[in-house]
Design a protein around this ligand. Structure first.
Ligand code: SF4
Length: 413
């Protein structure tokens, strides 16, 4: 698989997680609990972290939330949950950060939205937050969002545009303003004393093409690491497909150092879904590996049986169940590819291309399921219990391929 050449950026340390500067692209997420509820927020941070979120953001929106942050940190330490926590500030960060120094210390990064730091005293408020980031040696994310774009700057850009002989469309002016807001804010942060390697930028929009356009420009103009995300991506399939499209188009160009997928969860839905979507995007693109992948064919008229679909699902569930153990015992197993195929047309070929694969018989084919390992025919399963026997072969394969030498010898003796 050809490597994607990453855009060179500064490396920013968020807690002990490096972002940019060639570090692996970081998966992050955000809680939706009331931050003032210490237990609920610590529970969700721990849950998201266990699901694979390498940085977790929490809202710090009022004094109760600000007061809770050090206790959340303490609670996470008790649980040995070592994940950087980012404080999301809007409107009152210039008061909360100076007013709660223990909170300012407990957080690993401050997110500032330059459109939401006030109007008359916007620059002053922005600088106050940055001064405290400098004082506490914390990185900041300048998070521009088109839903809360700096209205003064937008008005200024619109006025400039009206003076032009051939004015641009108002949409184009908005896109220009997104880039300008990020650029000006980063310059201002550096003037206050924030080092270049403690600034991350995001420019979130809710339409795929707009987002791609803005990030391409920001990446061209600035060397800060970029946090990618499609804002307000929406629910279910729409949110997943839109986010995947936007992120993939940028990641393929080497743009982006940390990603978040902002899915609207269904009521009672699983918050960690956004983490798994991020991981799947990175893994599908061959950028990072988190979990063995199961390749399965979609099925067609050549097989009327649903057995291969059930087996593919069963194997997927089995891998998920085994991964907490396999991850510890078998480093590299997350790169494994398993094929579960429905008939002789593509079955043997796909199975040979996977680390391990099984090709089930289609309708009217001989009732035999050849199993392939590392491109070679290993055995052919017939009769009952094919699924269970394949799982056992898979387990042996994992141990032999990814296990430590001494474990293999113990198993052989
Ligand atoms: S492998 Fe066979 S059953 Fe599966 S989609 Fe291809 S032709 Fe159809």
């Amino acid at each position: 698989m050809p490597d994607i050449e990453r855009k060179s950026t500064y490396q920013v340390m968020v807690g002990d997680v490096p972002v940019g500067g060639g570090a692996p692209i970081v998966v992050q997420s955000m809680t939706n609990t009331a931050t003032s509820d210490v237990q609920a927020t610590a529970d969700q941070i721990e849950y998201l972290h266990k699901a694979g979120s390498e940085i977790v953001r929490i809202t710090v929106n009022n004094k109760e939330a600000a007061e809770a942050v050090p206790y959340i940190r303490e609670e996470l330490e008790k649980r040995n949950c070592q994940v950087p926590i980012v404080g999301d500030f809007h409107y009152n960060g210039h008061k909360l950060i100076p007013g709660y120094p223990e909170t300012a210390k407990a957080l690993d990064k401050y997110r500032i939205n330059p459109g939401n730091v006030g109007t008359r005293t916007r620059d002053e408020n922005f600088c106050t937050i940055v001064e405290h980031a400098v004082k506490h040696e914390k990185p900041i994310r300048i998070g521009v969002n088109w839903g809360s774009i700096d209205q003064d700057l937008l008005a200024e850009k619109m006025d400039e545009n009206n003076e032009l002989e051939k004015p641009k469309s108002s949409k184009q002016v908005l896109l220009d303003t997104m880039v300008e807001s990020a650029t000006r804010s980063a310059e201002l942060a550096e003037e206050v004393g924030q080092p270049s390697n403690r600034i991350i930028i995001s420019c979130k929009m809710s339409h795929v093409q707009d987002m791609v356009h803005v990030y391409e420009r920001v990446s061209e103009e600035l060397d800060y690491p970029l946090h990618l995300g499609l804002t307000e991506a929406g629910m279910g399939m729409k949110g997943i497909v839109s986010s995947t499209s936007a992120l993939s188009l940028l990641l393929q160009q080497g743009i982006g150092d940390t990603i978040r997928v902002s899915l609207t969860p269904e009521p009672g839905g699983d918050r960690a879904r956004e983490v798994r979507v991020c991981q799947q995007i990175l893994q599908s693109m061959g950028i990072r590996s988190f979990m063995p992948q199961v390749t399965a064919c979609p099925g067609c008229g050549r097989t009327q049986s649903t057995y291969f679909m059930e087996l593919a699902e069963d194997i997927q569930d089995y891998i998920k169940e085994m991964m907490p153990i396999w991850r510890e015992m078998y480093p590299g197993v997350e790169e494994m590819n398993v094929a579960v195929m429905g008939c002789v047309v593509n079955g043997p070929g796909e199975s040979r291309n996977a680390n391990i694969g099984i090709s089930l018989p289609g309708t009217f084919e001989e009732p035999a399921a050849p199993v392939y390992m590392d491109g070679e025919h290993h055995t052919t399963l017939r009769g009952d219990g094919i699924g269970e026997r394949f799982k056992s072969i898979l387990e042996d394969y994992v141990m032999n391929r990814y296990g430590k030498q001494e474990e293999k010898e113990m198993a052989d003796s």
